[in-house]
Design a binder for this molecule. Structure first.
Ligand code: GLU
Length: 280
């Protein structure tokens, strides 16, 4: 398959563990098998938790695994002003509103979703507020009802090649309303841009043909498809893979140092053994 471009997009907030290695190797192998390109992106918009030393450690682990990427790593933190400027068409279309709900709520809503942490559907407290009422410190939220109405005549769908959900998926607007709601896209005073938004822009800018990532993000793909349509960005093919779990069936989180690649390396495990451990 010509034109295959995949990416590995870690948040540099901890060490690379087996689950990440699996994701990176899978995306890499898929691109190489097709004679395509493999890219690395640091999703480091959370400026408090992202650390340069984690980026360096991730690069070292990926290189040790034998992975090479076809362009310098993309760093989202350098693009935050540019991402927010690209929201203007949505503001002009009246699809965003300012929101002054608490920072804690918003920070939680902006982070990449995690398994076991339920996505909070916003109750709509600030939905009535016009953009003219925007105050410093307000976040910008998407009015999902209006957004879906604006997209009423578009085919909101995506194609999935991951084993658990293989096939075409058509979005159900009612389900989007009840499960996604009015998401925060941007918060000016802290210069934070939502993971969903930055990732949708980057997948388009980097020409990603296949998004290879963990199963935990499958349920959030509709948000990205809605944003892609609103922002006139292409929808890539998605490939959500199974999560690597520990002996108790718990997902390996980044803070689970027990499965960190660096630890295996120190113990003398080889990259080929890591591949076998994740089932490749
Ligand atoms: N940055 C996300 C994470 O580390 C990955 C998002 C994606 O691959 O789309 O969980």
């Amino acid at each position: 398959m010509a034109g295959v471009v995949t990416r590995f997009a870690p948040s540099p907030t901890g060490p690379l563990h087996l689950g990440h290695a699996y994701s990176a190797l899978l995306g890499h192998d898929m691109a190489r098998a097709a004679g395509g390109r493999f890219l690395l992106r640091f999703e480091d918009t959370d400026l408090q938790r992202s650390k340069p030393e984690w980026k360096a450690a991730i690069v070292e682990d990926l290189q040790w695994l034998g992975l090479r990427w076809d362009a310098p790593p993309h760093q989202q933190s350098l693009q935050i002003a540019a991402y927010s400027a690209r929201l203007q068409p949505l503001i002009d279309a009246g699809l965003l509103y300012p929101c002054s709900c608490t920072r804690g709520d918003i920070r939680a809503a902006l982070a990449a979703p995690q398994e076991g942490v339920a996505h909070q559907v916003y109750p709509g407290t600030c939905r009535h507020r016009p953009m003219a009422d925007r105050r410093p410190g307000d976040a910008l939220r998407l009015n999902l009802t209006k957004a879906l109405a604006a997209l009423a005549h578009e085919n909101l769908e995506f194609f999935e090649t991951g084993p658990a959900h293989d096939g075409q998926h058509r979005l159900d607007p009612a389900k989007a309303q009840s499960q996604i709601g009015d998401i925060v896209l941007y918060r000016k005073d802290e210069e934070i841009v939502a993971y969903f938004l930055a990732s949708a822009f980057d997948d388009a800018d980097q020409g990603i043909s296949h998004v290879v990532r963990g199963e935990d993000l499958f349920d959030f793909t509709p948000i990205q498809v809605i944003l892609q349509h609103l922002l006139r960005l292409p929808t890539p093919i998605y490939h959500h893979h199974a999560l690597i779990r520990d002996d108790q069936g718990k997902r390996l989180a980044k803070r689970d140092d027990a499965r960190a690649i660096a630890k295996y390396r120190a113990e003398g495990v080889t990259p080929a053994e890591i591949r076998r451990m994740v089932g490749l």
